[in-house]
Design a protein around this ligand. Structure first.
Ligand code: CP
Length: 392
């Protein structure tokens, strides 16, 4: 059995550096070479990716546009190395590759690869880089994707074949591409554009009469994160990105139990970034004050016996979005969830116009296609095609 220390020891001194020093190793000038953690993105890069995602979305509505997109990377092959369970991330990356014409291959069960015979995951990685042009990977081992990126950099420095590594979820630490689709979804929501808008009246004008403080965009908003805040890697990655906008406040709503609380390192980082932070142990108490609600499930697969004893007396109602709560929420407050869900969002909520989680999952396909286009330097071609066919 391979343990995280088997590979992280090899790159320990690189892994333990400050995050900005590490980020410099994963880009060349303005272009990312590997995608490992959320701190690699700044607002300009996020806006660029969101804009490319929207162009791809629009271009792909027509056959001519689809043909253009599939011609962009038809000479590239992707390896989807997902040894931890996934539905959305795996499928949306596969669909993103297909939008750009890439051929996809996969390993999802390590018992079908030579890892079953004891091959080290780092050797597997090097083999993938021999056959494919990008490795998109999910693992239950924190820092494994980061270690793979260092391996690729080492090979590149020796003049050997090296390919981009994309972290599609690593242990409990990071899920950077989930944060990208979350940002894209929030950005689209807070544009407040509506098909019913006209020159005299817009949805935003109507909302502003009820909520005079409301502004367009991500800044100056209160973001609520409810559920297993401690063990959820999506919250870690998304809060890192949202903290790039001024005037944001986070309300962490979690059971009063250490493991489910936001971790100290994350809180310190957010406070240093100037984010206002509140803590709560009851969703009904704070729901009326939120501009966005990000629900998460309790990750029982990580429970120990002590955790199970805690959950015997736990009041799940305080962390469930019951239909009765909808009337207390702000009229525009989007409900997001990375999924899968358990009982924290009952099915009755799905028909509420604020329920964004299915759109959010579809947005994953567009933003991941934009990310791949960026990694392979074809985003400029997408911009030029869009300009020519759709104008500014
Ligand atoms: N949100 C997310 O990562 O979903 P999957 O685990 O299904 O990929």
């Amino acid at each position: 059995m391979i343990t995280p220390s088997d590979f992280s020891e090899q790159y320990e001194s690189l892994i333990n550096r400050p995050v900005l020093a590490k980020a410099a190793d994963f880009q060349r000038q303005e272009r990312l070479t590997h995608v490992i953690f959320a701190q690699q993105f700044d607002r300009d890069m996020l806006n660029h990716l969101c804009s490319t995602a929207s162009m791809i979305r629009q271009i792909s509505r027509h056959r001519q546009g689809q043909d253009f997109l599939t011609g962009l990377l038809s000479h590239k092959r992707a390896m989807l190395y997902f040894t931890q369970a996934s539905t959305r991330t795996f499928l949306s990356f596969m669909a993103a590759c297909q939008i750009l014409g890439m051929t996809c291959n996969e390993i999802r069960d390590p018992t079908t690869s030579s890892e079953f015979k004891g091959e080290s995951p780092l050797d597997s990685m090097r083999m993938f880089s021999s056959y494919f042009d990008v490795v998109i990977m999910r693992s239950n081992m924190a820092k494994f994707a980061e270690s793979c990126a260092y391996l690729m950099n080492e090979l590149a420095s020796q003049g050997r074949r090296s390919v981009p590594v994309v972290n599609a979820g690593s242990g409990a630490d990071e899920h950077p591409t989930q944060a990208l689709l979350d940002i894209y979804t929030i950005q689209r929501t807070f544009e407040f554009s509506s098909q019913k808008d006209n020159a005299r009246q817009s949805r935003f004008d109507t909302l502003r009469r009820r909520y005079p403080e409301l502004n367009k965009g991500l800044e100056n908003k209160t973001y609520g994160f409810c559920g297993d805040v401690g063990r959820g890697r999506t919250v870690r990655s998304l809060t890192t990105l949202l903290a790039l906008w001024p005037g944001v406040r986070f309300n962490f709503i979690y059971p009063n139990y250490d493991k489910l609380a936001p971790y100290a390192d994350m809180l310190t980082r957010l406070e240093e970034a100037g984010v206002g932070i509140e803590h709560s142990h009851s969703l009904p108490d704070v729901i009326n004050r939120l501009d966005m609600l990000y629900m998460t499930r309790i990750q029982h697969e990580h429970d120990t016996d002590a955790d199970r004893r805690f959950f015997e007396t736990f009041d799940a109602a305080q962390f469930t979005l019951y239909p009765e709560l909808l009337s207390k929420m702000r009229e525009y407050c989007p409900i997001l969830h990375p999924f899968p869900r358990n009982q924290e969002i009952p099915f009755e909520i799905d028909s509420d116009p604020r329920a964004m989680y299915f759109r959010q999952a579809r947005n994953g396909m567009w933003i991941r296609a934009a990310l791949l286009a960026h990694l392979f330097d074809v985003d400029g071609k997408i911009g030029a095609f869009h300009q020519k066919n759709y104008g500014a």
